[in-house]
Design a protein around this ligand. Structure first.
Ligand code: G3H
Ligand code: 13P
Ligand code: ZN
Length: 332
């Protein structure tokens, strides 16, 4: 048993309280490798933004859970080396799907876990989530639950269409499970193709304009659970400048569309205090690498393309924390 506290990590309790009171959101960035971790830490150390490092099931399969945990421990030391005296870094399991997995993360030094029972019945979701909460809270590890289903596909969570969170369910879910935060479904979804063209309109440049998020549902939930931390998954904006670089350098991403940053800015001011972003980082890295490969066919040292990819990722994260989520400057 390793406590995250020994590793210099923090849980999200204080972070979320300050974020809800201060009208901003904490970024939850996924990482699978060293360059992503470096970009996150560099961006957050430079801007003094609290941050959640997220490990998905795909990341665990790709990079190994133990290695990722040691990297998160390294992230704390690296942040200090970069001059961030009191780094506020949380290590979070993204979309945990079993009690055993959540327990293993608690036992190895994660400071937060998500148990995603959103595909189960209401009562089964409550039962599973409650079990995880009872275990995690013994070690001061916080738990995120989920109600409602997001459209989109990721490794172990797949749904064709959204099932919005029902505001009438949230009080019972939170009271019966004891969760620390709640992920809700109000129209976001995972990946870089969040809506079909048929669900969107087009702007003057021919870019897809998605239907707006269901702020009405969010506000109803906020009224039912005043001050309770709400989480938004699937919150990449899918910047079209990255898509254009990818497509003009051999890529084929057609009709990609994300959540407009303006809507995330608005959500950050509400009880939404954790915003999950993964796909935007994938696009930033892929755009930089594709461009490099086309422009420098004679180069073959991975550092030559991973370096610019890491820098592009860092700039993306700086933009997110300063201009979208508003978390910059809240972890001095
Ligand atoms: O929510 C999903 C994240 O984007 C992680 O996806 O399981 O492919 O790493 P992944
Ligand atoms: P995106 O695919 O929109 O980046 O969402 C990531 C996410 O929700 C991770 O849990
Ligand atoms: Zn997610």
């Amino acid at each position: 048993m390793v406590s995250y506290k020994e590793l210099g990590l923090v849980n999200t309790r204080e972070m979320f309280k300050a974020a809800v009171d201060g009208g901003y959101a904490i970024p939850a960035f996924n990482f699978n490798n060293m360059e992503q971790m470096q970009a996150i830490v560099q961006a957050c150390a430079e801007t003094k933004s609290p941050v959640i490092l997220q490990v998905s099931s795909g990341a665990r399969k790709y990079a190994n859970q133990t290695l990722l945990r040691y990297m998160a421990q390294g992230a704390v030391e690296y942040a200090k080396e970069l001059g961030w005296e009191r780094p506020q870094i949380c290590l979070h399991l993204d979309h945990g799907d079993t009690y055993e997995l959540c327990k293993s993360c608690v036992d190895m030094g994660f400071s937060s876990v998500m148990i995603d029972g959103s595909s189960k019945s209401f009562d089964e979701n409550i039962e599973l989530t409650k079990r995880v909460v009872e275990y995690a809270h013994q070690y001061d590890v916080v738990v995120e639950g989920e109600l409602g289903v997001l459209a989109g596909i990721e490794d172990d969570v797949c749904a064709e269409k959204s099932n919005y969170t029902r505001p009438e369910d949230v009080i019972e879910f939170v009271n019966r499970t004891g969760v620390d935060s709640l992920a809700i479904s109000i129209g976001t979804s995972h990946g870089a193709f969040k809506f079909t063209p048929a669900q969107c309109t087009r702007d003057a440049n021919g870019h897809l304009v998605p239907p707006p998020l269901r702020f009405d549902i969010l506000h109803e939930i906020e009224k039912k659970l005043p001050g309770f931390p709400i989480v938004l998954h699937g919150s990449s904006s899918v910047p079209q400048e990255f898509v254009e670089i990818i497509n003009s350098n051999g890529g084929a991403l057609k009709d990609s569309v994300g959540i407009p940053e303006e809507q995330l800015r608005e959500a950050s001011k509400s009880a939404v205090c954790k915003i999950n972003i993964d796909s935007d980082g994938r696009l930033a890295m892929t755009a930089a690498i594709r461009k490099f490969m086309v422009e420098s066919p004679d180069k073959f040292d991975p550092r030559q393309y991973l370096g610019p990819a890491r820098e592009s990722l860092k700039q993306l994260y700086i933009h997110k924390v300063k201009e979208v989520l508003g978390s910059a400057g809240h972890a001095e």
